[in-house]
Design a protein around this ligand. Structure first.
Ligand SMILES: Cc1cc2nc3c(=O)[nH]c(=O)nc-3n(C[C@H](O)[C@H](O)[C@H](O)COP(=O)(O)OP(=O)(O)OC[C@H]3O[C@@H](n4cnc5c(N)ncnc54)[C@H](O)[C@@H]3O)c2cc1C
Length: 405
């Protein structure tokens, strides 16, 4: 098939989810990705784990992805936010019957399930180890020449190439970006006591420390760690002995999970923020990190990308039913309007949070403690934060409600 409804450049977590979701609604896609599947699906490739909020989880369930990894997900039954190990914490716990706030998945399982689903989908043509050497967007459609020599055509081009998207840059879509003075050390560790399915966000002036629940394995209780450190300390942290790193982690965790160890493989990621001012152009839409990237403090990055997916699928499926060209400017304008406020709010909130908790000193500390206890005591505000964490705020696309469009 060298002709499809959409051409998706980038088959990462977001691009492959989009292809599978479109397939579930009978829309065809060609997905082109430069990566070698043997590399990106190997066990050691991506040591990260992602918190999939309940609304994107419902979407992945509705399109058949969760069935492939249901028992891999660790439900998050509560989120506890604290300013260092000071008293005055904020607990987010769902009401009885409301279900988990989200699920933790190791990225390798999520990536494997999305790729398997894309391979199995009859309307998805996944071309790995391939790149587009030229792409032409014009009034009558999109034509791309691939390095395999194939010429493919579609009504709409979707850039899902991650934070350095060349398609976004070539289209002249400008991006606001800044780097934080932080890098994230990412690993997993075993611990003596159960996490009881609670995710912990402990804020330090040096950067936030997140402990995210994973399912037990043969060696016992386990959590993923996202540990923000000053950028210039990251290399040193990676070189510390296992015992040295566990001791450092233990100081930040305050001992409530008991003895720590053994430790999983570690990696570090520089942290930054970027946000495209416009996410559409003629016959082009951006999704996922190609459009926006945030600090992983609130574990929202891939979730915001999945919200792009749910919105774009709804817009395109509605458009197809109305008999419109899928590259129609009105459809793209609807996608742009629907997404822009949500992505901006999430970006502003996570950036603000990172800065607020990064300010040293006693006064800032008192302000933060006041803020935490105020939210704790005001149920409506707390409910709003919970809805935000679940990915259920604003005008929610049908897929995020677990419904087909
Ligand atoms: C330390 C850390 C922890 C995180 N934790 C969380 C979390 O707990 N929860 C959460 O929701 N998010 C988290 N995130 C964010 C999350 O990982 C990203 O938002 C997510 O991976 C974005 O997916 P994507 O598919 O848009 O981009 P990517 O994952 O970057 O995928 C891009 C794809 O495009 C391909 N590609 C690139 N260039 C080209 C090209 N020219 N042509 C074709 N293909 C191309 C690549 O091979 C890749 O497959 C975290 C991020 C970091 C750094």
């Amino acid at each position: 098939m060298d002709q499809a409804d959409v051409l998706i450049l980038g088959g990462g977590l977001v691009g492959s989810a989009l292809a599978v979701a479109l397939d579930a609604h009978g829309l065809t896609s060609i997905v082109v990705d430069i990566a070698d599947p043997e590399v990106i699906l190997a066990a050691g490739f991506d040591g990260r784990a992602s918190a999939i909020a309940s609304a994107p989880w419902r979407m992945l369930d509705a399109i058949g992805v969760i069935d492939r990894i249901r028992d891999r997900g660790c439900p998050i039954q509560g989120i506890r936010v604290s300013d260092g190990l000071e008293p005055g914490k904020l607990d987010f716990v769902p009401e009885a019957g409301e279900g988990a706030l989200g699920h933790m998945f190791e990225n390798r399982y999520l990536r494997g399930a999305l790729h398997a689903a894309a391979h199995a989908a009859p309307h998805v043509d996944l071309r790995m180890k391939t790149r587009a050497v030229s792409v032409d967007r014009g009034p009558h459609g999109v034509v791309a020449t691939l390095d395999s020599g194939a010429v493919v055509r579609a009504s709409l081009l979707i850039a899902a190439e991650g934070r350095n998207s060349p398609t976004r840059d070539a289209a002249g879509l400008r991006v606001a970006r800044w780097t934080y003075d932080h890098a994230a050390i990412v690993t997993s560790l075993h611990h003596e006591h159960s996490h009881e399915n609670v995710a912990f966000e402990i804020f330090y002036p040096q950067g936030p420390f997140a402990i995210l629940p994973l399912n037990d394995d043969a060696q016992g209780h386990r959590s993923a760690i996202v540990w923000s450190v000053r950028r210039n300390q990251a290399d040193g942290m990676l070189k510390l002995s296992e015992r040295g790193l566990l001791d450092e982690a233990s100081k930040r965790m305050g001992g409530f999970l008991g003895e720590l160890g053994p430790l999983g493989p570690r990696s570090s990621y520089p942290l930054g923020f970027h946000h495209a001012a416009t996410i559409t152009a003629e016959r082009l839409a951006l999704v996922g990190d190609a459009a926006h990237g945030i600090h992983p403090i609130a574990g929202q990055g891939v979730n915001v990308g999945f919200r792009d997916v749910a919105t774009l699928v709804e817009v395109l499926v509605d458009g197809k039913r109305l008999g419109l060209d899928l590259g129609d400017a009105q459809l793209l304008a609807r996608y742009e309007r629907w997404r822009s406020l949500d992505t901006f709010m999430v970006a502003a909130a996570t950036d603000g949070l990172t800065r607020l908790f990064g300010i040293p000193g006693r006064t800032a500390n008192a302000v933060r403690r006041f803020g935490l206890s105020a939210v704790e005591k005001l149920p409506p505000l707390k409910q709003r934060f919970m809805a935000e964490a679940r990915g259920e705020s604003g005008d929610v696309p049908r897929l995020l409600q677990g419904l087909r469009v």
